[in-house]
Write a protein that binds this ligand. Structure first.
Ligand code: F1X
Length: 302
């Protein structure tokens, strides 16, 4: 079972307007939706869409926290959140005249002692793989991630910010940086697929067994203990990229937990994300992890 921990969940608000954003006047939307979000929560939602076993935990509070719990129940995602007094944050994505704007709140202040409750929750569920995803709310530091990762006999899969990845004492079996996070973690400027491979290998040498780098419209790369694999993105009509990286990680972890090969894990990751970018918001109910697996091409890089 894969347990996800989202220290700083969000209600994701997605708004569409037909014209570009302008300061100083009221503009009206042509479409809007709310989804439960935050990286770990998204991973759990995708895993449930694949029919895999998962539990979503993390820190929630207030009306927005209540929305997340109700919404996940609707998606049949088992949850076991630790409560806090302040409301969970609201993150906004605006699609305006072909541009995507994203505003993420920092999140509520939390007391570092809440980490004890998160650890107790994780230990209760005793997962095979423990995934920690997303930003940390004010009050928590990378020390919280180290404490949680080392509190049980599980494999750890991390999708946290690059600056925090390099501060960790505890390594991990899997990490999923995007290119910005890879640059922040390694200091390598990424302008090409080769740069990405160099940065991902540098990150791996800091104590991570497998590095899955999401590269947006360029696809994804997986550095394993044996090799570096690259898969270009599939050619689809992308309407919204929110949650695309999380769906990649969900696909890779789904394959990894079943003991499938690294090639399969990367193909599944790309297959799933190509389906998720075709819909608005981070949620997708009808997902087949293997639907497009035969369309994904793989290269082994030196
Ligand atoms: O502010 P963070 O924690 O870095 O990112 C949070 C977030 O942007 O990431 C998810 C998509 O990956 C969204 O569901 C959510 O709003």
């Amino acid at each position: 079972m894969i347990l996800t921990i989202t220290p700083n969940p969000a209600v994701d608000q997605t708004v569409q307007i037909e014209e570009d954003l302008e300061a100083g006047r009221v503009q009206r939307s042509t479409g809007a939706q709310f989804d439960s979000g935050g990286n770990g929560i998204n991973v759990s939602q995708f895993l449930r869409a694949f029919d895999a076993e998962t539990v979503a935990t993390g820190i929630t509070g207030g009306f927005t926290g209540y929305f997340i719990e109700q919404d996940l129940a609707d998606y049949d995602v088992p949850t076991d959140f630790v409560g806090t007094d302040e409301p969970t944050r609201l993150n906004t994505t605006i699609h305006a005249a072909g541009n995507e704007y994203k505003l993420n709140q920092s999140g509520p202040d939390v007391d570092p002692s809440i980490v004890d409750d998160i650890i107790a929750t994780a230990q209760d569920h005793d997962p095979d793989v423990l995934n920690i995803g997303g930003s940390l709310p004010p009050g928590l530091s990378s020390d919280a991630v180290d404490r949680i990762a080392s509190a049980g006999d599980w494999e750890t899969a991390l999708d946290i910010h690059g600056e925090q990845l390099v501060e960790l004492d505890h390594g991990a079996e899997y990490v999923k940086p995007n290119e910005v996070e890879l640059e922040a973690a390694t200091g390598v400027d990424i302008d090409s697929i080769d740069d990405c491979a160099q940065a991902a290998r540098e990150l791996q040498s800091m104590g991570f067994e497998r590095v899955l780098a999401s590269m947006g419209s360029e696809g994804a790369m997986l550095v394993t203990p044996e090799e570096t694999l690259y898969a270009p993105a599939l050619d689809v009509d992308a309407v919204d990229t929110v949650g695309a990286g999380d769906s990649m990680f969900a696909g890779a972890l789904w394959a990894y937990e079943q003991g499938r090969s690294d090639e399969d894990a990367l193909k599944t990751a790309v297959s799933v994300s190509s389906q998720v970018v075709e819909v608005h918001g981070p949620s997708a109910r009808d997902l087949d992890p293997e639907a497009r697996i035969d369309d994904v091409r793989l290269w082994s890089m030196r």
